[in-house]
Ligand binder design. Structure first.
Ligand code: GRF
Length: 192
């Protein structure tokens, strides 16, 4: 798992990791020390690593890949990870890097999707789980779920409801990846 912040999705994945789910979290890697996500991992005995931003995407990506491979990780699962990985990660984990994003991609990519969604005045938004490719918030879509925006929603209330959806969708998607149920056909991901 790659994280940078609070790690509520990490928590949902920790809570969902049983024999039926078929995945195990081998290491939690953060680009920042002292974040809540690292505490969540330590609380349940999952190894952690901090790979600080090196100022250069290539060397940073290499360090992240080495930390993941060193922990025997078969896939990279990003949740609130605020760095963009370079080509080496795509090469070493082909079709095995997942990300979750709180908008219905391709609408509102980037680092402030919830604020952007509200500012645009759309009535429906949602959550996207997708595979990573060489472009930001762009890879093949694994799952999506829509929710309605209330007139009274603030960024906080809307993100809270999106989080509830995320905490259900992400363990399902990670389980499907771990169980070999996701087949990538061009831009489409076929579930079996
Ligand atoms: C989530 O909304 C995720 O979709 C986005 O960043 C947020 C991370 O939240 N990429 P958390 O750290 O899992 O609580």
């Amino acid at each position: 798992m790659l994280v940078s912040g609070s790690g509520t999705n990490l928590q949902a994945l920790i809570d969902g990791a049983d024999d039926r789910a078929g995945y195990e979290i081998s290491v939690v890697i953060s680009d920042r020390p002292g974040v809540r996500a690292l505490d969540r991992a330590r609380d349940v005995g999952i190894p952690t690593a901090v790979v600080a931003w090196t100022g250069d995407r290539r060397t940073f990506t290499h360090a992240v890949c080495e930390a993941a491979v060193g922990a025997d990780a078969a896939a990279l699962v990003l949740a609130g990870f605020m760095r963009i990985l370079g080509a080496e990660a795509l090469r070493r984990f082909p079709d095995r890097i997942l990300n979750i994003h709180p908008s219905l991609l391709p609408a509102f990519p980037g680092s402030t999707p919830v604020a952007d969604t509200l500012a645009h005045g759309v009535r429906v938004t949602g959550v996207t789980v997708h595979l990573i490719d060489e472009r930001v918030d762009h890879g093949p879509i694994v799952s999506q779920e829509a929710i309605a925006i209330d007139a009274a929603d603030t960024e906080f209330t809307l993100h809270q409801r999106l989080h509830e959806v995320e905490h259900r969708l992400y363990p399902e998607a990670v389980s499907a990846l771990a169980r070999g149920r996701l087949k990538v056909e061009g831009r489409r991901v076929v579930w079996s």
